[in-house]
Design a protein around this ligand. Sequence first.
Ligand SMILES: Cc1cc2nc3c(=O)[nH]c(=O)nc-3n(C[C@H](O)[C@H](O)[C@H](O)COP(=O)(O)OP(=O)(O)OC[C@H]3O[C@@H](n4cnc5c(N)ncnc54)[C@H](O)[C@@H]3O)c2cc1C
Length: 460
Amino acid sequence: MTGRPGSVAVVGGGISGLAAAHRLRALLGPQAQITVLETDDRLGGKLRTVELAGHQVDVGAEAFIARRPEVPDLLTELGLVDQLVTPAGRSPMLRAGGRNQPMPARTLMGIPSDAQSVATVVGPDTLARIEAEPATPLSWDPGADMSVGELVARRFGREVVERSVDPLLGGVYSGSADTIGVRAALPTLAAALDAGAPSLIDAVARALPPQRPGPVFGALRDGYGALLAALAARSGARTLLGTKASGLRKTATGWWIDPVGEVDAVVLAVPAPALTALLAGPCPEGARAAGAVQVASSAVIALALPASAPVPEHSGLLVATGESLTAKAFTFSSRKWPHLEFPDATMVRVSVGRFGDSAVVQADDDSLVSRARADLATATGVEAAPLAAHVQRWHGGLPQYAAGHLAVVDRIDAAVASLSGLAVAGATFDGVGVPACVARAHRVVDELVTQWAWAPGQRA
Ligand SMILES: Cc1cc2nc3c(=O)[nH]c(=O)nc-3n(C[C@H](O)[C@H](O)[C@H](O)COP(=O)(O)OP(=O)(O)OC[C@H]3O[C@@H](n4cnc5c(N)ncnc54)[C@H](O)[C@@H]3O)c2cc1C
């Protein structure tokens, strides 16, 4: 037996699986047999670049937090650093109460650090309540968790939840403040509350990240497809598209997974429902924990409008809960990103669907495009007929990090840790963003290979 796994199956060809395969190759060398199994007929999972009116546009994730090192580091490693682009710097807007207004400043995911920061989006009663909040003692048990919606509603009222917090959390998780927990989604806020912040205003002020110069977000000039292609190529993995992994079980010397057969080790990089199914046999406790993670469906309607369309000079428009629109967000892509400014088309993305409201995602393409156009007209006055449109549905696109999510993750991790040669990655675990997925994939692969090197003869 060697000090390294010679064959590894990676289940899931999204960014987590591809980052894992690429890292495995770097650590195991050219001899290792790395196989990526992917149910779909393409790699990428929630990353997808399509051609629209002759241009490459992302219809899943479109950006990443550039202040985190993972994606820039990966681009450097892959020789793709010239792909890194940053936004034009235009500001987003918020639609609340039927009006478009500037996005509240100095908030933590929409939770105000003072009343004035949300003065334009809430009424006078709510403003007075926020101003009075520090006078009411805050009760918070260190280590506790609750939904962001419950916490904010208790202190500031529902209007702040629906008009300021929901639009931001809806953008990241396709959920709402009521389906997302404080501890997983806003760890710095949980830390401030644990440390005894006397009010939510005070906790938010402590939790806000320090202002730093430079762009927060980055993207790839040719879309995420460029990163996916490079990862797949450099991993040298055998890629089995249209292949659903099933039947995972431990063997005397490694793992069995259908339809690949026996391998030394397995990395599962799939969404929570698939993880639940794959762990059910070999790791029932992990499966039970993963089964508690719910997922939200959404759809992106990408529109290529005529170049002359009077799309607002803003990066986008987030929509508060309760507005009479189907859309939850608009991204004015050609205004947001210099690399998407074209002489012959203006690109706009319209996002629909939140957790608990998946019916809209089932609508047919024509009606989704019609609704997207109608909402765009209502919210911005832009009525131009698109030159081209692409409808991308994301069934189960984003996990809901509900209150108690970190404990769920700990349970899955503890159960999986008892089985050598098995690792779990994906958006279920340490964050839904692409950088967090890459970080998790790298970490679990590093641990898998290190443990193997130390204890090759002691596999369970
Ligand atoms: C609309 C949308 C917009 C987003 N925008 C951003 C953004 O701007 N920035 C950002 O950082 N993040 C964004 N995200 C989040 C981010 O894109 C995802 O969290 C991330 O891409 C998930 O990657 P993953 O590899 O963990 O999972 P996935 O992309 O879900 O990949 C998992 C893969 O596993 C496959 N699979 C499942 N079961 C099996 C099986 N049994 N056998 C074989 N294969 C299987 C699936 O087909 C899938 O391809 C967005 C997400 C969505 C849905």
